[in-house]
Design a protein around this ligand. Structure first.
Ligand SMILES: Nc1ncnc2c1ncn2[C@@H]1O[C@H](COP(=O)(O)OP(=O)(O)OP(=O)(O)O)[C@@H](O)[C@H]1O
Ligand SMILES: [Mg+2]
Length: 261
């Protein structure tokens, strides 16, 4: 078995009396589309916040390619190649698609404040490199006509896409998507699934929280189920959905609906 790209060992976080993530140990293989499911309030977003360095765990460890990254600072996660999108779309209001994406490239550029201030050649070269990275990404993901559009005025499906491209613009190889299909119509959801499959073809590792079981069934290689902060099961869609505890805690109607699609 290949080494996991990400692994957690008894990962735990408490907020006062609430144990939002409780001794969760999972392993996520490189190049997988990994689904995280569970009822509202199960701890899914909190788990993402831990794995992307936004929260520090109360207990337990996180490993990235075998390296213990538990104590790294939040800004040290992005250079490792870990990036995320948020449950609610967070684009800069009033700014163009290009501007939204350029911001994400900044940690990849190497210039000092002084050179930026004097607009030295290195700074200008870096700005041009950044613009090229962004324009190339827009072309690659069929959004070349949209570079000057105001990002927050695009249809939901395209806003999601800009967010995902922004995560890619950081140079990420692991991408966390928190309910990417929320608020999308059926054809936008199909487009999103295509995009996520494309990322897999490009050898990215995608970890997604999703309530739409049809989408989960359609694209996830492996699934983990959280319930009250605890891991109920991890494995293939077939394995996990056959687990009576998972059916009772979460799936119910959702599972039947997905089976009948
Ligand atoms: N910063 C915080 N401070 C206090 N409690 C928090 C904080 N963040 C999350 N929680 C609590 O942790 C628990 C898990 O929340 P979380 O948002 O991770 O759930 P979720 O599985 O993402 O739910 P949903 O499907 O509704 O998005 C909830 O009880 C929530 O109130
Ligand atoms: Mg959530």
């Amino acid at each position: 078995m290949s080494q996991p790209i990400l692994q957690t060992d008894n990962l735990t976080i408490r907020f006062g009396g609430v144990i939002a993530v409780n001794k969760v140990s999972v392993h996520i293989k490189q190049g997988q589309i990994f689904g995280l499911i569970g009822p509202n309030g199960a701890g899914k977003t909190t788990f993402f916040n831990l794995l992307s360095g936004i929260y520090k765990p109360t207990d337990g460890r996180i490993f990235f390619k075998g390296q213990d990254i538990t104590s790294l600072k939040t800004h040290e996660f992005t250079p490792l190649g870990i990036s995320r999108t948020f449950q609610n779309i967070r684009l800069l209001k009033g700014h163009s698609v290009v501007d939204n994406l350029l911001l994400a490239t900044h940690h990849r550029l190497h210039y000092t404040f002084i050179s930026a201030f004097f607009n030295l050649k290195k700074f200008r070269d870096n700005e041009m490199n950044a613009k090229k990275i962004v324009i190339d990404l827009l072309e690659k993901y069929d959004m070349e006509g949209f570079q000057d559009h105001i990002a927050s005025e695009l249809p939901q499906g395209l806003q999601r896409k800009v967010e995902i491209i922004r995560a890619l613009a950081t140079g990420a190889e692991v991408i966390f998507l928190d309910e990417p299909a929320a608020g999308l119509n059926p054809s936008e959801t199909v487009e999103l699934m295509k995009l996520i499959r494309q990322l897999k073809n490009e050898k990215k590792t995608v970890i997604l929280i999703e309530h739409d079981m049809k989408l989960v069934k359609g694209i996830c290689d492996e699934i983990a189920v959280l319930h009250f902060g605890q891991l109920l099961d991890q494995g293939s869609y077939e394995k996990v959905t056959a687990n009576p505890n998972v059916v009772q805690a979460y799936l119910g109607r959702r599972y039947e609906d997905a089976q009948n699609q």
